[in-house]
Write a protein that binds this ligand. Sequence first.
Ligand code: ADP
Ligand code: ASP
Ligand code: MG
Length: 440
Amino acid sequence: MKVLKFGGTSVGSVENMQHVKHIIADGSKKIVVLSAMSGTTNTLVSIANAIRHNTPDEAIEKINSLHESYFATIDGLLLDEALNSDVKHYVTEIFNFLLESTYTEFSITLENEILAQGELLSTYMFNAYLKQEGIRSALLPALDFMKINTSKEPDLNYIKDRFKLAWEAISDVDIYITQGFICLDEVDKVSNLQRGGSDYTATIIGAVIRAEEVQIWTDIDGMHNNDPRYVDNTYPISNLSFDEAAELAYFGAKILHPQTVLPVRQDGIPVRLKNTMDPDAFGTLISGDTSENGIKAIAAKDQITAIKIKSGRMLQAHGFLKKVFEVFETHETSIDMITTSEVAVSLTIDDDRNLDSIVAELEQFASIEVDTDQTIVCLVGHSIVNHESTFKLFQILKDVKIRMISYGGSRNNISLLIHSKDKITTLNKLNDYLFELVTL
Ligand code: ADP
Ligand code: ASP
Ligand code: MG
């Protein structure tokens, strides 16, 4: 069986939902994971923020206008009167919950409950639409089986058992629809898999049911060789290995949630990236095939903080790095890049929530410099470290100030740390030279 995930744009309008129906209605049994309609989760975040900042009027205005836009979509999608009114009733209950939230004291749980409504709305509407079109479908509520543990990792045994139960309770349908992104936490409170998490939902389900394939349907024809939001003339890459795709997703290729590949890599379950608006385009196949060498793609991850930790006696002081890492471990902050010299170690983090405490603790044994607004530019390709173009990097980037460089951490990745203001120029320069539009 296949798992097909459709992202925000794919379910973002009546017309696109109709496209999705054509893609999935081929009579074969499948699991369909849906995101919220595009823009909804962002609006829900701003509603939660308004509640957090005690500006309920602002929240109420946003809730009412979102409610209206859902009614317009329902009228465009559901001409069947009974289904139309059933869905409006369900949607109104959700908007009533949101309105009530504006009188509630803010908490993280409340915020997570608010954020969960987007996927509940889209799946309910889409299931009704399939019914109207005579397609045998049913909802599998994600909150009945999707769960994370204290480390915020999916609790795979629980998910496997509970998914099976939910699945076995429903027969005689072809399409099982579930919500991406949302889950329960270790104490059964509503939580989520972080922004963009519907991709992750799809591969987690793919792993627990040992799917034949996971398909991520989005608004572009696969993983491109560079970020199409900042670089022109990018092109889709037909094949990526699991490792290459994992590096690109982790280092900022927005088309995939950073963790997407992890659940399916070990079992070699292929992941196909496809374009809902152009289903005939090949897209990208992510698999265990590692036969292609060289530079495949470039990605960039913003909002990075660099920390330089200087100690006069680092070389002699064995145990120094251990002390440094312990500080980050205590604050549950993971490190992305690291470089060392005789007197200093520089490293980067993307989660700066505990930066002040981290710096205060490091200052007890070293002097610290912090640089914010940094970007990691990551070049990915199987065996990239040996590729001929790789040695031209310094020449290509002679005018760009490189703050750190990481080479050899894996054979598939070279990472550069630059100031974010240089990101677009750097991505474009690398594009021109590495993909041989220009020769040096
Ligand atoms: P969805 O809502 O379907 O999950 P996303 O917006 O999360 O879609 O991801 C698709 C977007 O990712 C594309 O529209 C594109 O702008 C962006 N993107 C960034 N880097 C890449 C890349 N290397 N290849 C393809 N798309 C990318
Ligand atoms: N709706 C969620 C978000 O916007 C999850 C997703 O789209 O994958 O982040
Ligand atoms: Mg996404």
